[in-house]
Design a binder for this molecule. Structure first.
Ligand SMILES: *Cc1c(COP(=O)(O)O)cnc(C)c1O
Length: 397
């Protein structure tokens, strides 16, 4: 079993704070500050342009991609880092749609994160070939996988409710119907075991600033299944996805395998912070993380339900159907979350009425969960949220 007390000691966690928002932005790994300082001083400072060769900056996106790949069950050499998740959704969708030219439907669900849906809308307008984005309720996805569907664009774990799709089952259904699958792992990578290779997923994308703790704006990743890697045409054909960037040809030729999904210059400093965060992942397994996450979430769910009758559970009750978060509905959820933050319990609010709490065993333990339950019970039962200062909405909720 993983020594989670040892992993917790590797993060900077502000005094008096119980951070139940690692599903939105992971905390600072102590080594990240050190690592970035080192890259700035020793590599950027001393090596300057020679750092691309001497410090291995050019290989960083695939080197880090392989480390992410280990957390999501990808075959080595089939994950690459760069850009933001929204961009990676666009790339995966553009490539997948081109592989099903005779089909017109992109199937997604109403629990998907809006940016994924917006990127699909934008791409549909750009392509102008009469594609349709079909958005159904999460529980109706399976029934809507028909031979009209070109691609399923699904986020495995719903960002609001934590409801988890059955990736193996939906992938098999999509393939049986002749469709391709894109899995968004934003709330899966670092949250629960994922088996991309075992499920036969076609494309996957995700971010690294949530459960993986890579820091605000940390680069995203994309996976392309080995059987598609040399066939998928990259829509964003930047020079670093070219077969030979330093040949400076005027014509584009896609690079080998997933490297073709690189676009431009990698974010070297951000990737350095992410590499430091990944060192902590070497101390555990996704099985251990999942086991502990379920224990912590179950304790939280039961404790909060028992003490706060005004809150309605928005997450699946069965832990096997949930990601690594627990959400409750409450009419004054925004004010309640602000009141909790003022008391040092950090969760977040998602419109219209969701109070969301993430469970991240690398730095949250049973004691934290016990204290959080007590504070939530006090804030809710004594209506401590009912104050004007907790009701003014900030830009980020
Ligand atoms: C967090 C999240 C995003 C955010 O995309 P960025 O481009 O990184 O801002 C997109 N999709 C899902 C499913 C998310 O959870």
């Amino acid at each position: 079993m993983t020594d989670f007390a040892a992993t917790k000691a590797l993060f900077h966690l502000p005094e008096g704070m119980i951070y139940l928002d690692g599903n939105s932005l992971g905390p600072l790994p102590l080594a990240a500050a050190e690592r970035v300082r080192g890259v700035i001083a020793d590599e950027w400072g001393e090596m300057l342009i020679t750092g691309w060769n001497k410090a291995g900056w050019m290989e960083q996106p695939t080197r880090v991609g392989d480390r992410i790949g280990r957390l999501i069950g990808a075959e080595p050499g089939h994950v690459v880092m760069g850009d933001t998740l929204s961009i990676k959704v666009y790339q995966a969708l553009a490539s997948a749609l081109e592989m099903r030219p005779e089909r017109r439907v992109i199937l997604s669900d109403s629990g998907n994160f809006p940016s994924d849906l917006y990127m699909a809308e934008g791409l549909i307008a750009t392509l102008g070939r009469g594609l349709e984005l079909r958005v159904v309720a999460p529980e109706d996805v399976a029934a809507h996988i028909t031979d009209e569907v070109a691609v399923t664009l699904l986020t495995e774990v719903d960002y609001r409710t934590g409801r988890k799709h059955d990736m193996a089952d939906l992938t098999a259904r999509a393939h049986a119907a002749g469709a391709l699958t894109i899995w968004d792992l934003a709330h899966s990578a670092g949250a629960l075991p994922v088996d991309l290779a075992g499920c036969g997923a076609d494309f996957a994308v995700g971010c690294t600033y949530k459960y993986i703790n890579g820091g605000p704006g940390a680069p995203a990743f994309i996976y392309v299944a080995p059987r598609h890697a040399d066939a998928a045409r990259p829509a964003l054909s930047g020079w670093l996805g070219h077969e030979a960037p330093f040949a400076f040809d005027t014509a584009y030729r896609p690079g080998t395998g997933v490297e073709r999904m690189r676009v431009g210059t990698p974010p070297v400093l951000a990737l350095a912070a992410l590499e430091a965060a990944l060192d902590i992942w070497d101390m555990t397994t996704m099985q251990d993380v999942r086991e502990s996450s379920i224990a912590l979430s179950e304790r939280f769910l039961k404790g909060v339900e028992a003490s706060c009758p005004m809150l309605t559970l928005a997450s699946p009750r069965d832990a096997a159907q949930r990601g690594s978060q627990v959400s409750f509905r409450f009419e004054n959820g925004y004010a309640a979350i602000q009141a909790l933050i003022a008391r040092g319990v950090i969760g977040d609010f998602r419109a219209p009425d969701i109070m969301r709490f993430g469970f991240t065993p690398l730095f949250i333990d049973e004691t934290d969960v016990g204290s959080a339950i007590n504070i939530i019970a006090d804030v809710m039962n004594n209506q401590r949220w009912d104050k004007p200062e907790f009701k003014t909405r900030a830009r980020v909720t």
